[in-house]
Design a protein around this ligand. Structure first.
Ligand code: KG4
Ligand code: ZN
Length: 336
């Protein structure tokens, strides 16, 4: 079954052709450079660029797969969660395609697709497993019971870890999106140079809180600059990264212990983080089975939408022409 998949939830316009878990093509038009000028994603600019790019990106995905629209069996699209104006471009385009081709339309939840990025390159991976889904907008621990059956075990009460990396990186003068620059700087820094707090939340022990941590870092940076003390950016980056990865893994391992699930998966833009990847990898052979997406499928892309779309289709989760985009939608109980 060949699925044409479309993704436009944030600042990447992407299209891919996926046959079950095999990627036939994957094309992406990134807007990062343009948004970097403003220090973050400007929603209206994102929507306009999606409108300009979506047709050629889709044409390129078909061409790279050596296919035409007539060869496509279904159209999958990210419909939630994300920037509403950005999502609407992809949803409307996918609806037009599905209608004109008279083929099924498959709505895909963005976080489900991030988890499915793991299916593209980890051949044997099957649920059940425990997923740490970490991106610019989300930080979740999810029990993936089946390909379309999810239960949220823990999540952030405030900021996402990606947002925390981006904001602290910005405070150190790094460009947007700062997560990747902070990660690079951290590679040559001392993670023990700064003692940073590891905030815990009351109530659900598997929830995260990154807002107080972010503020503590930003205060340390401001205090130093007011006193004219120079902060070693590599050391600060390494300390931030170590503390954040510790918080993520502590909760993931506690959830693993509680549920007795030893198969662990990471997903989302922050799963590209070099320390997180090394620490997860280090668990393999210590009683855990670990999986992570290929670096090219960690950030937003349409191939992962096609992979999850396949399982949504098998579960009968198709939509009619009234499908709408939704800005906020839980992973475990989506409505379309
Ligand atoms: O999944 P994604 O591309 O978009 C959302 O759905 O949010 O994630 C983007 C996030 C940004 O916050 C970015 O800084 C972060 O992923 N990110 C990283 C790295 N690469 C991207 N964070 C830490 N280390 C990285 N290497
Ligand atoms: Zn994403």
């Amino acid at each position: 079954m060949k699925i044409l998949a479309i993704e436009s939830s944030c600042d990447d316009t992407a299209a891919a052709v996926v046959e079950e878990r095999k990627v036939l093509s994957s094309v992406l038009a990134s807007q990062t450079e343009e948004h970097a000028k403003y220090g973050g994603v400007v929603p209206e600019i994102a929507s306009r660029r999606h409108s300009e790019n979506i047709v050629w990106v889709t044409d390129a995905a078909l061409k790279n797969a050596g296919l035409t629209l007539e060869d496509i069996d279904a159209v999958a699209v990210t419909y939630a969660p994300g920037l509403i104006g950005a999502l609407l471009v992809g949803v409307n385009f996918a609806k037009g395609l599905a209608k004109s081709l008279n083929k099924p339309l498959i709505p895909v939840h963005h976080l489900r697709s991030h988890i499915a990025a793991n299916y593209l390159t980890n051949e044997g991976l099957k649920p059940p497993f425990l997923a740490l889904v970490v991106s610019g907008g989300h930080s979740h621990i999810v029990h993936v019971k089946d390909h379309t059956d999810f239960e949220v075990i823990g999540k952030t009460r405030d900021d996402a870890v990606g947002e925390c990396f981006d904001k602290t990186a910005r405070a150190m003068g790094m460009p947007y999106p700062g997560g990747v620059y902070l990660d690079k700087a951290a590679e040559s820094g001392n993670p023990d140079a700064f003692k940073l707090p590891h905030p815990k939340v009351s109530g659900n022990a598997f929830d995260f809180s990154f807002s107080g941590f972010k503020t503590a870092v930003i205060n340390t940076l401001h205090n130093a600059s007011q006193k004219g003390v120079e902060i070693n950016v590599n050391d600060m980056s390494a300390s931030i990264r170590k503390a954040a990865v510790d918080m993520l893994l502590n909760n993931l391992l506690a959830a693993s212990e509680m549920l007795g699930i030893k198969k662990l998966v990471i997903a989302g833009g922050v799963s590209a983080n070099l320390l997180l990847r090394r620490e997860i990898q280090a668990l393999s052979g210590k009683g855990y089975e670990v999986f992570m997406p290929d670096l090219k499928y960690c950030g937003d892309n349409a191939a992962m939408v096609g992979a999850q779309g396949y399982y949504e289709y098998l579960a009968g989760n198709t939509a009619d022409m009234s499908l709408n985009a939704v800005a906020t939608m839980p992973i475990d109980n989506p409505v379309f």
